[in-house]
Design a binder for this molecule. Structure first.
Ligand code: FNR
Length: 181
């Protein structure tokens, strides 16, 4: 049976390029990995005071992460680092202390940006947080997808062939990575 992967999209924007890339990766993984976006935009900001009586949104999110076999992050870069919504989701999933949802789940990170740098800085900041919460991340191939606004065909959703081919190889490598755990 295909392993279940929780896909976290770092942008909350409806027309997000990263969400479109995540959807294309879900399509490319069909039959190989059971990938589904787990929404993060509705999560209340993490506050340690609420740990004794957590919001239902936190409980549901933690359960969704716990039930997944792996984690795929597809995210933009905001001000050379992690978008706040994504960092909040990582924090929410990591608590209460001793009951983190993350440890041991294999992960991978894709960043995409309208600039040529492809979210390089955010990619490594995301990796830094996932190292601490004990998510073993696929190291190669890396995915820094630059010039995102130019990578879609006329329908606005289908990626150009080169990017599709690259993401297919990324998904295939990620499937192999997940199978190791
Ligand atoms: C950006 N953008 C951006 N791009 C980049 O390459 N490095 C950066 O540091 C930033 N910083 C940044 C901050 C904020 C607050 C915004 C809103 C945007 C541009 C970003 O790449 C562009 O908006 C993407 O289209 C965002 O991804 P989505 O929403 O299309 O997935």
């Amino acid at each position: 049976m295909a392993k279940k992967i929780a896909v976290l999209v770092g942008s909350l924007r409806k027309e997000s390029y990263n969400r479109r890339i995540a959807n294309e990766m879900i399509r490319l993984a069909d039959g190989k990995l059971d990938m589904e976006i787990v929404e993060i935009g509705h999560l209340p900001l993490y506050n340690e005071d609420l740990d004794h009586n957590p919001p239902q949104e936190w409980i549901d999110f933690r359960d969704e992460i716990k039930s997944a076999d792996g984690i795929l992050v597809v995210s933009p870069e905001y001000n050379r680092t992690i978008p706040g919504a994504l960092k909040n989701a990582i924090d929410v999933g990591s608590r209460p202390y001793g009951s983190s949802a993350w440890p041991g789940k294999p992960g991978a990170v894709v960043t995409s940006s309208v600039s040529a740098l492809g979210g390089l800085a955010a990619n490594h900041h995301i990796r830094q947080a996932f190292v601490f919460v004990d998510v073993p991340l696929m190291q190669q191939p890396e995915a820094y997808i630059g010039n995102a606004s130019q990578l879609f065909k006329h329908d606005g959703n289908t990626l150009v062939e080169d990017t599709q081919t690259f993401l297919q190889s990324f998904v295939d490598a990620f499937q192999q990575w997940v199978e190791k755990f």
